[in-house]
Design a protein around this ligand. Structure first.
Ligand SMILES: [Zn+2]
Ligand SMILES: [Zn+2]
Length: 136
């Protein structure tokens, strides 16, 4: 491997490790801040490009839900999420919905189901406490 591709591999590995170390599903810019601590010369563009490659190869998942900016998930296995509509944090929900999981590969109202993404919406503990304090 030449120096350039070795550097690219190291960058991609660092991005993947930082993403997998988090359960908060960061945006590309949040991840850039984290990776910069390890690789100070990395650019936001490089982080974006690597996330695209990692998403295309199925190692990370581009999230369809959770605020205006695209968030990334380091866990490619199917799992549910819960989203706070107030502070926009998106966390893993360790609840299995077996009926939904069984639908993959089945036909529903004429659609062949290829995958499913469950995201519950709500208001987190911290936000609810803040709201309560504002009211009193
Ligand atoms: Zn919240
Ligand atoms: Zn997740």
């Amino acid at each position: 491997m030449d120096t350039k591709s070795r550097r690219q591999t190291r960058q991609r590995q660092a991005i993947l490790e930082e993403l997998r170390a988090r359960r908060c599903h960061p945006t590309a810019s949040e991840l850039f801040q984290a990776v910069r601590g390890r690789l100070p010369s990395i650019s936001l563009g490089t982080v974006y490009r690597n996330l695209e490659v990692l998403a295309e190869t199925g190692q990370v998942v581009r999230m369809r839900d959770g605020g205006a900016e695209t968030r990334f998930d380091g866990n490619p296995l199917p799992h549910a999420h819960i989203y706070c509509t107030s502070c926009e944090q998106l966390v893993d929900l360790d609840v299995v919905v077996p009926e939904l999981a069984q639908l993959t590969g089945a036909e529903v109202v004429g659609f062949l189901i290829t995958s499913h993404h469950v995201t519950l919406h709500g208001i987190c503990d911290t936000c609810r406490n803040l709201l309560r304090n504002q009211e009193s």
